[in-house]
Design a protein around this ligand. Structure first.
Ligand SMILES: [Zn+2]
Length: 279
């Protein structure tokens, strides 16, 4: 059943579990992560990358994710990820997404605050939720490029930012990046604790791919309640495509190829659900 991000995060026991959020670029990935979540009896978030939404089939992909969320046997939210303009947000809300990631991290603090506040006003008309970003998580969400950590979240700004914007969740930069890491990441745990000390909003972690398993558990113990994962699912998809294509090429059997891809991604998601989203 479709759910809002805010509802799912409220139900997430802080310090013990985090909501799994998986980026889905196609039907195979989306079906796979939903099946994994249903098997684990866990709520989940389907992430729709902004570039995917802007692509030729973007609106159909959004509608597909919304339909899959409606049909899922576990509470499922659909979130348009990292979007910085209100028109795109509006379009996605009209299709039925239940959350936005209003990303003003490239803007000044004042402009970021205004963008998120406007996104919250817009989303509330649809009973949808808004996640914001304070500081800057570097890297590319859609391809594995190595990145160094960006501007860290300033704990002194977090409380007023959340209060002024009305954001339902806050993505933090504490040494995490999107994609892959150019050097082993060192997360600033004290900064996370300081952010949590100033605001009671839900804290989310992006760029979890490449972090040590222990780091994810530690992040949850320190209060992170949503973790975004993308790279692992894409890696599995491509590796399976490489091995399964020659097997199913005889007769061009798309059904079997699709089945192989869904099965492989489901197994990766199931492994992550059993290992990465509990403290
Ligand atoms: Zn992200």
């Amino acid at each position: 059943m479709r759910a809002t991000l805010d509802d799912l995060l409220r139900q997430c026991p802080t310090g013990t579990l985090a909501l799994p959020a998986f980026t889905c670029y196609n039907l195979e990935q989306a079906v796979a992560v939903i099946q994994a979540a249903e098997s684990a009896d866990r709520a989940l978030c389907l992430l729709l990358a902004e570039k995917a939404f802007r692509g030729r089939a973007g609106e159909m992909l959004a509608a597909t994710l919304v339909t899959l969320a409606d049909r899922a046997h576990v509470p499922t939210c659909v979130q348009l990820d990292h979007v910085a303009d209100l028109e795109t947000m509006h379009k996605a809300l009209d299709i039925g997404v239940t959350a936005l990631m209003a990303d003003g991290s490239k803007l000044t603090l004042q402009a970021n605050t205004e963008l998120v506040a406007q996104a919250v006003t817009l989303a509330e008309r649809y009973d949808a939720s808004v996640e914001a970003e304070l500081g800057r998580i570097e890297g590319d969400e859609d391809q594995a490029t190595g990145s160094m950590a960006g501007t860290m979240t300033n704990p002194a700004q977090a409380a007023s930012f959340v209060k002024q914007t009305g954001a339902h969740a806050l993505a933090i930069a504490i040494g995490n990046v999107h994609g892959t890491y150019t050097s082993p990441p060192i997360l600033d745990w004290q900064r996370l604790d300081d952010i949590r000390a100033t605001t009671s909003t839900h804290i989310t972690l992006h760029g979890a791919s490449g972090l040590k398993e222990g780091d994810l558990k530690k992040a949850i113990t320190h209060g992170v309640v949503k973790i975004n994962i993308n790279t692992e699912l894409r890696r599995t998809f491509f590796e399976t495509l490489t091995t399964a294509t020659p097997v199913h090429a005889k007769g061009w059997n798309l059904l079997e190829l699709s089945h192989s891809l869904t099965t492989a991604v489901r197994e990766t998601a199931a492994d992550l659900l059993s290992e990465a989203f509990s403290g």
